[in-house]
Design a binder for this molecule. Structure first.
Ligand code: SF4
Length: 73
């Protein structure tokens, strides 16, 4: 589901059009916060694509809220 980008950020591994997966992740994420309305990009509100903590990258987005994948447990 996730991969590390070059800076070690947690990047969604499925790009910008994996609507079902993005909704599934957000549905199971206790950290979801809806972004302001003009930044929401999909109709279904509960989606990483609409989350305040996603930052668009070239191919996908990174999540600024969940810990990096390589963080010590
Ligand atoms: S972008 Fe991050 S914080 Fe927001 S719903 Fe997705 S996984 Fe959770």
């Amino acid at each position: 589901m996730w991969r590390s980008d070059q800076r070690g950020n947690r990047e969604f591994a499925h790009g910008k059009e994996a609507w079902g997966l993005a909704a599934q992740v957000a549905g199971g994420c206790a950290c979801f916060v809806a972004d302001v309305e003009e930044e929401q990009v999909v109709e279904e509100e509960l989606s990483c694509y609409n989350c305040r903590y996603r930052r668009w990258s070239v191919d996908s987005f990174t999540c600024l809220r969940l810990p990096p994948l390589n963080a010590a447990a």
